[in-house]
Ligand binder design. Structure first.
Ligand code: ADP
Ligand code: ZN
Ligand code: ZN
Length: 763
């Protein structure tokens, strides 16, 4: 604790401590002792916090010669061993913290992946080099020692120092003894350095050819390339699925890395990364590509992150958090956000940032161009590119050469069911079943999408007069049945929100009659498929992809590889399969139920439905033969489904924007959302009411404060949930109202109140 007893003060720093201290959103001021004078912005230090002066870690966010506060100032205790973050990243963190109203300390510390903080995979390497000794000082070496010296002397200077173990190999030694003795008598020099063990390369890198761009692609490439040297600009490439957007990115990246600059490429989820990763490494075999995503082992993540931090890479590919990687901003030349509409860009824990929007901010700070791409752009980006005119819009209206858009057919499930009879009807549906049979007979592959995992949606009583349904004890939702054949009654039930599990009851607890499972989910469809198509064997030619079966990125990569090789004939899965997969053998795409999100009380329900249906339809017709898509719905006339099936994005977007305008919803307005949670319902209601009143009082009429109301799921894990929504024409008044409310203390920063700026999910 020597830092508490000051020596000579040489300056001051502002430190953002790793606590949710909303009272000091920008950090606290501390004095620096002489021995810490060289502490830099982005370093982690220990500081005394609170009345007890508890040593607490925090990041230096500002350095000043003068104290910014009057009165006594505590002193920084020490620096930690955590790797420092570049100053540019701290600047970005400050923006995230102020825009998303998240405390700065936790925002910064969330930028440091856990494996980096824990230094997973670090090893100390002993590096050996020739010592600077004059010939008269040399002792006569043994034969083995002589070999060691000769090996070292023969190496070019840039290959030295050599790791001790490697030197043993080079000198053909069984033991390090000769090297150690040479170090001891001063003929060799030993230094130690830390390295990360998992030296790792993408497997199976193949050099890939570069196709000649089509005229449309060339126009987009030229249009964006013209801006590469002009600082910040934002571009939206709207292209049908398979239009060759990725090819446009690749050619732009090529121009950027040729200038020795860095390209940062964001993709929504790991499932996209194997293919995009292979394309990047294949096209740029002479450049260094870092992959940053959660599918890596801890040591690999540490290694990749450190390579980025050491400015050793030219291309960075990763999911959302890659936008927070410690890259050298001076070399950053281009940011690409692929599938910019994807909801996984929004982080659902603090700080609740949107990867695309942070990318745009990073492009502005750098400055460099930002390219967004999608076949189904978010209405936010679409409005920016059209009516607001702040993005450049680039169109790729046709599929890449050789690719044909699939024939899409909408199937009205109500009619299908009526024709078939409810008793024998299954969610597979007769039209889709027939098409699947034809596809398999013709040697094609199929993707079947059902965005519901598990076996059955709910368990209910057979007795029509009884309304019992199995719900979670702790949440206001029904429990989902999962198949497990070795259990009594063939499975168990699980709550998808609190993850609690129970046995399947023998009979209805209310009336004693039998139980029936309703609502077919992926496991059920898997069973139906294997029964109806003997060639489909579960876990072999038929694979189910959902978060129950795909626990790691490796699981997924293996299945996708088997699918790519044709071994797997049918992939059945949740939205994991709707995104970006590009396999030429797919002849049929089936959407078993296009309505899974259409009735959610979320103003983006129809946008989401449109995106899901349009994206999954784009997964076929990528090979030579044309493909077809079959979409089952109870709402065949809904614009979201009709437009998605007919590929009419512009019509859908125009109508949807009109609806949003009429209701004053994003992207016409800006939204913030508060969720208040408490085990005690009265306390929950009272706090929500108090927050609402405070917000209404501090909003000067420019903010529409709606609520409090019950969340869609009114209770999760025993905690009641109330929501308040704020809408305003621009973010300014929203921030002002929220800051005032925060200053007044009603938003006490506790776990009970969560604040989401630009929320994507309203559950
Ligand atoms: P998107 O990203 O829009 O879905 P991709 O860039 O992945 O489209 O292109 C779809 C397929 O078409 C890929 O297999 C790609 O290699 C191929 N492709 C793209 N552009 C061309 C081109 N100009 N000539 C030939 N093939 C192309
Ligand atoms: Zn639950
Ligand atoms: Zn009953």
């Amino acid at each position: 604790m020597e830092g508490l007893f000051p020596q000579k003060t040489t300056g001051f720093v502002r430190v953002a401590v790793d606590r949710g201290l909303d009272r000091y959103p920008d950090g606290l001021t501390y004095a620096l002792d002489e021995e810490l004078a060289d502490v830099t912005i982005g370093e982690e230090v220990m500081v005394p916090l609170g009345r007890g002066n508890t040593p607490t870690p925090g990041y230096v966010v500002l350095k000043t010669p003068q104290s910014e506060t009057d009165g006594p100032v505590k002193h920084v205790l020490s620096r930690t061993k955590t790797p420092a973050l570049p100053e540019g990243l701290i600047e970005l963190a400050r923006w995230i913290s102020s825009y998303y109203l998240a405390p700065l300390g936790p925002t910064i510390s969330s930028m440091l992946p856990a494996p980096v903080r824990r230094r997973t995979g670090s090893v100390t390497q002993r590096m050996i080099d020739l010592a600077n000794v004059s010939p008269e000082q040399t002792k006569s070496p043994t034969k083995k020692q002589k070999t060691v010296l000769e090996v070292l002397q023969a190496l070019p200077s840039e290959a030295r120092p050599v790791e001790r173990r490697k030197l043993m190999q080079l000198a053909d030694l069984q033991t390090p003894g000769p090297i150690d003795r040479l170090v001891k008598n001063g003929m060799l020099e030993e230094t130690r350095q830390t390295a990360i063990e998992a030296a790792w390369r993408m497997a199976g890198v193949q050099k890939m050819d570069r196709p000649t761009p089509t005229e449309a692609q060339q126009r987009v490439i030229d249009g964006i390339a013209a801006e590469l040297a002009n600082g910040f600009s934002t571009h939206l490439i709207r292209g049908v699925t398979g239009a060759g957007k990725t090819e446009v990115y690749l050619q732009l990246i090529e121009q950027v890395v040729t200038l020795n600059r860095i390209a940062l490429v964001l993709v929504p989820e790991i499932s996209l990364t194997p293919q995009t990763g292979a394309r990047l490494t294949g096209r740029f075999p002479d450049h260094r590509v870092a992959l940053l995503h959660s599918g890596l082992t801890a040591a690999q993540r540490h290694q990749q992150w450190s390579q980025v931090a050491n400015d050793e890479v030219d291309i960075i590919l990763g999911a959302r958090s890659a936008v927070l990687s410690p890259l050298n901003r001076n070399r950053l030349g281009l940011i690409v956000v692929d599938e910019e509409h994807d909801h996984s860009y929004k982080q659902d824990s603090m700080p609740r940032y949107h990867g695309r929007d942070v990318a745009i901010r990073l492009g502005q700070m750098t400055p460099c161009p930002v390219v967004l791409g999608s076949a189904t752009p978010s209405l936010e980006s679409w409005a920016n590119a059209t009516e607001k005119g702040v993005f450049h819009l680039h169109d790729l209206p046709e599929r890449a050469p050789g690719l044909i858009l699939p024939k899409v057919r909408i199937v009205d499930m109500a009619k299908d069911r009526h024709r078939e009879g409810a008793a024998t009807w299954s969610a597979l549906g007769p039209t889709l079943e027939q098409a699947l049979g034809e596809t398999l007979d013709a040697g094609g592959q199929a993707l079947l999408l059902l965005n519901r995992r598990g076996f059955a949606s709910y368990l209910t009583c057979r007795n029509k007069a009884c309304d019992w349904m199995l719900t979670c004890d702790d949440c206001d939702v029904s429990m989902v049945m999962h198949r497990q054949h070795d259990l009594p009654r063939g499975g168990f039930v699980r709550c998808h929100h609190c993850l609690s599990e129970q046995r399947v009851p023998r009979s209805c607890p209310a009336c004693g009659q039998g139980i029936t499972a309703m609502g077919q989910r992926t496991q059920r469809i898997e069973e139906i498929l294997s029964r109806r198509f003997p060639s489909l064997v579960a876990n072999e030619t038929l694979r189910r992809i959902d978060s129950d079966t795909m626990r790691t990125a490796d699981d997924l990569h293996q299945v996708l590889e088997a699918f790519g090789e044709g071994e797997v004939r049918v992939l059945l899965g949740t939205q994991m399969i709707a995104k970006g997969l590009d396999y030429p053998g797919v002849r049929l795409v089936g959407v078993l139920d296009a309505d899974t999100s259409i009735h959610l009380p979320d103003f983006r329900a129809s946008e989401r439905t449109f995106q899901l249906v349009a994206q999954v339809c784009g997964r076929c017709g990528r090979g030579e033969a044309p493909g077809r898509a079959i979409i089952q719905t109870y709402n065949p006339e809904m614009p979201a489904i009709e437009c998605a099936a007919s590929g009419q994005y512009r019509q859908f977007a125009a109508a949807e924007l009109d609806d949003r305008r009429a209701c004053g919803l994003p992207p016409i307005s800006r939204m913030a959302r508060l969720v208040i949670q408490d085990q005690n319902l009265h306390r929950c209601e009272a706090q929500a009411q108090a927050i609402k009143e405070q917000l209404a009082a501090s909003s000067d009429g420019e903010v529409d404060v709606r609520g409090p109301s019950d969340c869609v799921i009114g209770r999760i894990a025993q905690r009641y949930r109330k929501q308040i929504e704020l809408l305003a024409a621009s973010p300014g008044p929203l921030h002002a109202a929220l800051l005032k409310a925060r200053a007044s203390g009603v938003l006490d920063g506790s776990q009970r109140v969560t604040l989401d700026i630009d929320p994507m999910s309203l559950m």
